[in-house]
Ligand binder design. Structure first.
Ligand SMILES: [Zn+2]
Length: 428
């Protein structure tokens, strides 16, 4: 097992932008030589939301191979942060960091020379020098990137959704730096520099600010235990006082090429049954996972018997149709394609179904290009829709029934209806 294998899918995605002759070593160097310091002081790191931002940001960056310095006091975690063990935050992250990508570990030491990027939580101060510096902050449902001059004390309290949006945006800034290092290999240098240009002052709202915060998740099913489900469960297990029971329907076993994006997978769990591993990783949170180690397909759809609320994170498009044809009372779908993440929800009798939105099968056996922050956005957006549903706050207008975001440009998400598609076999 090498770092090259663990980052295989990430490098496949990077190659969308690069000349075919670019050697793997150049891609690996760009990722692993991108050095970041995450800085927080005890007042900005005190809340569960701030700790969620810190942990999520560190894990996302490490899963893309960056060298991350954790410059913060080793204070006790205020809430569950799987896969980080309970206890002090830095100690826990150092332990988890040595069990993700081979050769990539966190450091709690001050960097010896200027880093590529410094991310500060709130208005935490630092004497460090870096090529770029951004501050992150959050409200309950919104995450923010801000230039240092506009930094303010960390705002959110226990609710961690906005904090995870902030972390996802900041992790993407680090990845953009790695991409810009490869401009000499770009197929289209001008376009690459524009696409991967820094975002410095951006707010991303996962839901309207007045959306009630509900942590009672009741029962729901997850079809697939892959990257998007992992990200959704990563988000949901962090809700304060969360309660719920989720079945995870997934037949496969964890593979080391999953490490670049599976938020709850550790290297020492290679070969584990994915659904059972999620049961283990979520244990100790209020969200209990029941593994169903089966493939959801035409032959098992009846015996599995989906519940009324289903989250789908499968790449296989006919599987999405099959779930939709059981007509769950509420269906959330998260998906990715290359640099973009999307999510939608579907309720019987209203507007377009999952097949209306994803009408074309795209069968492939080839490895799929993916990267940590894109998969994370798909799961986070799906979780946010689910939480709005549980809060009875989705309304009936459905003007925001789907979202499509290319996370390297978080300024421009597209929220839209899902129109009914004439001739849709599922709706018929
Ligand atoms: Zn339809």
């Amino acid at each position: 097992m090498t770092l090259r294998q663990a980052l295989d899918r990430t490098m496949l995605l990077m190659r969308d932008e690069l000349d075919a002759s670019t050697p793997d070593d150049a891609l690996l160097a760009a990722l692993t030589e991108t050095e970041v310091a995450i800085v927080a002081d005890s007042s900005n790191l005190a809340s569960h939301s701030a700790q969620t931002a810190f942990v999520t940001l560190a894990l996302l960056m490490a899963r893309s191979g960056h060298r991350v310095h954790l410059i913060a006091p080793d204070i006790p975690l205020a809430g569950a942060q799987p896969p980080v063990p309970a206890g002090p935050v830095i100690t826990g992250l150092l332990a988890v960091g040595s069990d993700m990508l081979p050769g990539i570990t966190f450091s709690s030491a001050m960097p010896a020379s200027p880093v590529d990027l410094i991310v500060t939580l709130g208005d935490s101060g630092t004497s460090l020098h870096g090529g770029a510096m951004i501050s992150i902050n959050a409200d309950d449902w919104s995450g923010m990137l801000a230039p240092p001059a506009k930094a303010t004390r960390w705002r959110a309290g226990r609710w961690p959704l906005g904090a995870m949006a902030a972390a996802a945006m900041a992790a993407t800034e680090a990845f953009k730096i790695a991409m810009r290092k490869l401009v000499g290999h770009a197929r289209n240098p001008a376009m690459m520099m524009e696409t991967f240009a820094p975002s410095t002052d951006t707010t991303f709202a996962l839901a309207p600010a007045d959306t009630p915060m509900v942590s009672a998740l009741d029962e729901f099913d997850c079809v697939s235990g892959g990257a998007i489900t992992q990200s959704a469960l990563f988000a949901l297990t962090r809700l304060p006082d969360v309660s719920g029971h989720a079945r995870v329907i997934e037949p496969d076993f964890a593979d080391l090429t999953n490490l670049n994006r599976y938020m709850l997978l550790l290297r020492s769990h290679d070969g584990a049954q994915k659904a059972k591993d999620l049961e283990e990783m979520c244990a100790g949170t209020g969200l209990a996972i029941m593994p169903i180690p089966e493939r959801f397909g035409p032959e098992t759809a009846h015996s599995v018997g989906l519940s009324g609320v289903v989250l789908v994170g499968v790449d296989d498009i006919p599987s999405r149709w099959l779930v939709q044809r059981t007509w769950p009372a509420w269906l959330g779908v998260g998906a990715t394609t290359h640099w973009s993440a999307m999510a939608s929800f579907h309720v019987p009798g209203t507007d377009g179904c999952a097949e209306c939105l994803h009408p074309d099968d795209d069968p492939t056996d080839a490895p799929i290009p993916t990267v940590a922050f894109v998969s994370f956005w798909a799961g986070l957006l799906t979780a946010a829709y689910f939480l709005r549903h549980r809060a009875d706050a989705l309304g009936t207008a459905l003007l925001d029934q789907q979202i499509y975001v290319t996370p390297v440009r978080p300024e421009s998400p597209i929220w839209a209806m899902v129109p009914k598609r004439p001739g849709c076999a599922t709706c018929a």
